[in-house]
Design a protein around this ligand. Structure first.
Ligand code: GDP
Ligand code: MN
Length: 329
């Protein structure tokens, strides 16, 4: 049998913490995951760590979304870990699957011949399209101003002793990130050309002062730099803006979610680079984080017992996309 609330979150000695469960927070924020029933134990691990490191004090609500109905076992297994409110929802019609203009035969050919990671997967493409253009429109997120995306199988290495949502709001920040690698080229073969076509057709939507030089090198080529969207804290008015909507629709029409395997991470990132300026964007380099294949350990964390990771694991210094981030203004 699964443990009860009292065995975990309820047993924390700091009792109420900063904000009480179920009461309004200073920011309309939530922790949001799209997840499958079979990811229950990976999700429990992530939620348990996030609670222990942070949310047992702040009690921000959780929202879990799924293309399939959640099982009782999944819902119990999550509710069991937190005193914060937890909501579960399924996806709206039309937000998962193919739009009618996609040539499904052509999409199938790509899946059958692709040799890159997740290249054979149809559901992975539905997921990337959903995270790119629909998650922030889900009815359960309607009242939210900010979301913090979470995923199964991630780790939070350090105590987080402030409210990142409030930090975003107080500083007028639109996008927060933590890890920024370079995307694998075969998955985004025409994404840059398509994005350039968008910028040419919609020049009025693209401000002059932006972060485009983070994704465009001195030869006008795509650096493939992107923020890993499995960790992102976002002012949702950014995704709900007319310019983001126009960009998503342009990409969706072009079909690269299915004829290639465009990820939501490069798409979110290209939108950030096009539409925002550096002061709108925050590098949460104080948040220790692991997602399978890559991690970030804050270099400056000298406080005893605060982090469990090796600061040499701070990927950022060895990585051109973080270096480039620092250089671009
Ligand atoms: P990766 O991080 O790119 O390796 O992709 P993941 O497999 O971690 O998927 C990203 C997120 O989407 C995770 O939270 C997954 O649980 C979720 N996800 C991926 N595919 C599906 C799916 O078919 N259905 C649902 N409901 N969630 C999915
Ligand atoms: Mn993942």
């Amino acid at each position: 049998a699964l443990a009860t609330n009292a065995d975990y979150g309820g047993a924390k000695s700091d009792a109420q913490g900063d904000y009480r469960p179920g009461t309004p927070k200073p920011v309309k924020g939530a922790l949001v995951a799209l997840v499958r029933n079979e990811d229950l134990y990976g999700m429990r691990m992530a939620v348990r760590e996030l609670e222990d490191r942070w949310n047992h004090k702040y009690n921000y609500p959780y929202i879990f979304l799924n293309d399939q109905p959640f099982t009782e076992k999944f819902m119990d297994g999550i509710r069991d870990l937190t005193k914060a409110s937890v909501q579960f929802g399924t996806l709206e019609p039309g937000t998962w699957g193919y739009p009618e203009w996609i040539d499904q035969e052509k999409a199938k050919q790509e899946r059958e011949t692709a040799s890159y990671i997740k290249g054979h997967s149809e559901s992975y493409r539905f997921m990337c399209r959903f995270q790119s253009g629909f998650v922030y429109k889900h009815p359960l997120l309607a009242g939210l101003d900010y979301y913090w995306r979470i995923e199964p199988d991630v780790h939070y290495y350090c105590d987080i002793d402030y409210d990142p949502f409030l930090y975003m709001k107080s500083n007028g920040l639109k996008y927060g990130w933590n890890i920024a690698p370079s995307e694998y080229e075969p998955t985004v073969r025409t994404l840059w050309n398509t994005t350039q076509a968008f910028m040419a057709q919609h020049a009025d939507l693209v401000p002059k002062h932006n972060m485009i030089d983070w994704v465009r090198d001195s030869n006008g080529q795509y650096t493939r730099c992107h923020f890993w969207s499995n960790f992102e804290i976002v002012d949702l008015s950014f995704y709900r803006s007319a310019e983001y909507e126009a960009y998503f629709n342009f990409l969706d029409r072009a079909g690269g979610f299915f004829y290639e395997r465009w990820g939501d991470a490069p798409i979110h990132s290209l939108a950030v680079a096009m539409f925002l300026k550096k002061s709108d964007i925050h590098y949460f380099d104080d948040i220790g984080y692991y997602h399978p294949a890559m991690s970030h350990c804050p270099a400056g964390s000298k406080e005893r017992g605060k982090c469990v990771c090796d600061p040499k694991e701070g990927w950022a210094d060895g990585f051109s996309c973080a270096k480039l981030w620092r250089q671009v203004s």
